[in-house]
Design a protein around this ligand. Structure first.
Ligand code: HEC
Ligand code: HEC
Ligand code: HEC
Ligand code: HEC
Length: 345
């Protein structure tokens, strides 16, 4: 009896000690030059399950671009007017499958009058179409020819699973005026106690990332503001989590601030940061006045995009499946963002 109790205690202790470890066999993949120890650690079984869960849907059959244009036939098309009516109908069907498969066309439309804009969902969808086209056209340095469709973020959900809003956090974590709210295990930053909302300032706003490692000796080389370091590390935890990679996927960790020792993925990520800022500031924040309360965050702002909204744990969304090639109508906006009149009424 005693032995049983003792082994149970030992077993429990082992569980507690190992509780912080990820079980299962690991593999490492070399990322940088030999000897730089830039390795990616993966758990093969988890990776296989994740790849299977991140596959794109079958593309629908293409439609001819010839024939009457949607802009000539329909009454209220602002973005998709140049599509042929058959292409337009195909895109409406795909959008329904990607964003509102259960609700159908009426999720956005008043069935009595498809031209009517009374549903906020339709107005948001119009901004989303423009945003998707703009992203594919202007941010090739990030999305390449792989590109994005509504499915990249939505995956059959009305609202993508991974979104963020300004986070007031729990009262106890707020600290004194001027302090960075932090010090509780937040899922947004990998359960670290770093500032739990690096998004508002760095992906909603344009606060500089970095200021961590000095290029020269003190005092000139001193980091300007300790908060920059904390916010930067918090955001970096998010990068790693969103892409399912270690820090060394992008950095040589002996010199986080050196570009010439980093992998090309760091450059892609740099463009990604700027792309996300544009998505949030030009296409999502302006929808705020249309949104019902339950579609806003606790402080009343719209639900926004970060790296995880598209990547969802994969180093490339949908593991690099080139879905955009089947939906060329989403490849270009053909207008400057500032010339759009989407948010005027
Ligand atoms: C996720 C929202 C959404 C869903 C779901 C949706 N639509 Fe649309 N629909 C739009 C938007 C946005 C426009 C306006 C496009 C523009 O301004 O270029 C539009 C415009 C239209 C128009 C043009 C109406 C006019 O006279 O101006 C038709 C027709 C249409 N949709 C049919 C459909 C059909 C059929 C379905 C279901 C298979 C569908 N839509 C599902 C968002 C949606
Ligand atoms: C980069 C990621 C991303 C892509 C790509 C994207 N969306 Fe969204 N979508 C979001 C986010 C974030 C929200 C929440 C913000 C909001 O409501 O304005 C949202 C909200 C919506 C909503 C509002 C739904 C509701 O119930 O409140 C509709 C409709 C929508 N998207 C349609 C589309 C369509 C159609 C496309 C493709 C043309 C698309 N989205 C592409 C991120 C994305
Ligand atoms: C997907 C690529 C990627 C991953 C993964 C990543 N980083 Fe970064 N990191 C960047 C980019 C890009 C910048 C520069 C951002 C800028 O200048 O706007 C950066 C900047 C930094 C800086 C600031 C360096 C300076 O200039 O002072 C530090 C420190 C840093 N990262 C640490 C980390 C740590 C720690 C991890 C892992 C938890 C990590 N990074 C994961 C891409 C990445
Ligand atoms: C709108 C969707 C979207 C968002 C948001 C997004 N990405 Fe990406 N990202 C992509 C696509 C698509 C690719 C694949 C590009 C290709 O195949 O060349 C990609 C590729 C990458 C790569 C290159 C991976 C490799 O192995 O070459 C890195 C690194 C990356 N993203 C980092 C980020 C970071 C960091 C963020 C947040 C700041 C971010 N991404 C936000 C769509 C997105």
């Amino acid at each position: 009896m005693k032995t049983v109790v003792r082994s149970a205690v030992v077993g429990l202790a082992a569980l507690l000690v190992l509780g912080g470890c990820e079980l299962g066999s690991k593999e490492t993949v070399q990322r940088g030059y030999r000897g730089t120890a830039m390795e990616l650690v993966i758990v093969p079984e988890d990776r296989v399950a994740h790849v299977n869960a991140n596959q794109p849907p079958e593309p629908s059959p293409p439609m001819p671009a010839a024939g009457p244009k949607a802009g000539d036939i329909y009454q209220n098309v602002e973005i998709l007017g140049d599509l042929s009516v058959t292409e337009f109908t195909r895109l409406m069907a795909s959008i329904t499958e990607w964003v509102a498969p259960e609700e159908g066309c009426n999720y956005c439309h008043n069935p009595q009058n498809l031209a009517d804009d009374s549903k906020y969902q339709k107005k948001v969808a119009r901004a989303m179409i423009a945003m998707t086209q703009r992203t594919n056209e202007a941010w090739k340095d990030h999305v390449g020819s792989t590109g994005v469709t509504c499915y990249t973020c939505h995956r059959g959900n009305n609202i993508p699973t991974n979104v963020w809003a300004e986070d007031p956090g729990p009262e106890r974590a707020r600290g004194m005026v001027g302090q960075t709210p932090q010090n509780y295990a937040s899922a947004a930053v990998g359960m670290s106690s770093l500032p739990y909302d690096p998004f508002t300032t760095m992906l909603g706003g344009e606060r500089d990332i970095g200021g961590v490692q000095a290029d020269s000796a003190l005092p000139q080389g001193h980091p300007t503001d300790l908060r920059d370091a904390e916010w930067t590390y918090a955001l970096m935890m998010h990068f790693s989590q969103s892409l399912g990679v270690n820090c060394t996927y992008c950095h040589n960790s002996r010199a986080f601030n050196q570009w010439d020792q980093a992998s090309p993925a760091k450059v892609t990520a740099w463009h990604g940061i700027r792309m996300v800022r544009e998505i949030n500031s030009k296409f999502i924040e302006p929808t705020t006045p249309w949104l019902p309360e339950h579609r806003k965050g606790p402080l009343g702002d719209a639900l926004k995009t970060n790296c995880k909204t598209c990547h969802q744990g994969a180093y490339k969304p949908l593991y690099g499946a080139e879905m955009l090639q089947y939906y060329p109508n989403l490849a270009e906006l053909g207008k400057d963002v500032d010339d759009l009149e989407l948010f005027e009424d």
